[in-house]
Design a protein around this ligand. Structure first.
Ligand code: COA
Length: 260
């Protein structure tokens, strides 16, 4: 893995931990950070030893948003390009073959909340704060927050949050389904890693196909999603990991998935 200026990456067996590391501005995302993320994803996709990715932030923030100082200097056309680039990078995270867990350790505002929403699931520390405060700056969410928040929490809750710019605590985020678990700050990473290891112990091919089926279903209707599910079910059965998983069960041993 390359040395990045704003990203720290470490592998713990099959779990990769990515830390957005620009703590002096609460890990705010400017174009350079997005470009590093884009490049990191290229390298991650080439490394099939990593079966689950955890994203978190350095210091007291997860990510406090897109970089406001950088945006204040952008023309509208540059703003559109910035928005499209952020959307593209976050789409790549959403569509990674492996599951991605956001360990929301602190502020996840604006682009930070959007980054967390591009992950498969979000677990938060009790001190985390989440929100889409862009309208208070005279802009709208620009990294697909207007699209993902209504899909995750429903349109009424998303509109409440986006129109008001409200910043909510992790307990409220749990109530509205924006995060699926709240943990003490001290236990957050440990619990996330434990869960990531549990995922990593499953068939990577089956997990990837399940992820693809869930994502496909969200982007289409029930019938199309179900049809796709039957296709990935058959595809899973055609893979050696299916034979291995079922043989291991019948032979009362642990499966060995290999990195196929
Ligand atoms: N973009 C650029 N810089 C940011 C930033 C962002 N989104 N969020 C924080 N920073 C910078 C601050 O300007 C400050 O820099 P400075 O030390 O040079 O003054 C530094 O990070 C620390 O932030 P500070 O505001 O002093 O910390 P705090 O604990 O008092 O407040 C927040 C934390 C998150 C409440 C506050 O920083 C904030 O409201 N940030 C912007 C959130 C936002 O609107 N995000 C959406 C952007 S689209």
């Amino acid at each position: 893995m390359s040395d990045f200026k704003f990203l720290l990456f470490e592998k713990q067996d099959a779990v990769g931990v990515l830390r957005i590391n620009r703590p002096e501005v609460l890990n705010a995302l400017d174009r350079s950070v997005l470009a590093e993320l884009d490049c990191f994803l290229d390298e991650l996709e080439a490394d099939n030893a990593v079966r689950v990715l955890v994203i978190t932030g350095s210091g007291k923030a997860f990510v406090a948003g897109a970089d406001i100082a950088a945006m204040s200097r952008m023309s509208p056309l540059e703003g559109r390009e910035f928005s499209r680039y952020g959307q593209k990078v976050f789409d790549r995270i959403e569509n990674l073959a492996i599951p991605v867990i956001a360990a929301v350790n602190g502020y996840a505002l604006g682009g930070g909340c959007e980054l967390a929403m591009a992950c498969d699931l979000r677990w938060a520390g009790e001190k985390a704060k989440l929100g889409q405060p862009e309208v208070g700056l005279g802009i709208t969410p620009g990294f697909a927050g207007t699209q993902r928040l209504p899909r995750i929490c429903g349109p009424a809750v998303a509109k409440e949050m986006i129109y008001s710019g409200a910043v909510i605590d992790s307990q409220k985020a749990l109530e509205i389904g924006l995060v699926s678990r709240v943990l003490s700050q001290d236990n957050l990473m440990e619990e996330v890693l434990k869960f990531a290891r549990q995922i990593a112990a499953q068939s990577p091919v089956a997990v990837a196909l399940a992820k693809a089926a869930i994502n496909k279903g969200f982007d289409s209707n029930f019938q199309t999603g179900s049809k796709y599910e039957a296709e990935v079910f058959a595809l899973a059965m055609s893979h050696p990991q299916c034979k291995e998983g079922m043989s291991a069960f019948l032979e009362k041993r642990k499966p060995d998935w290999k990195n196929e």
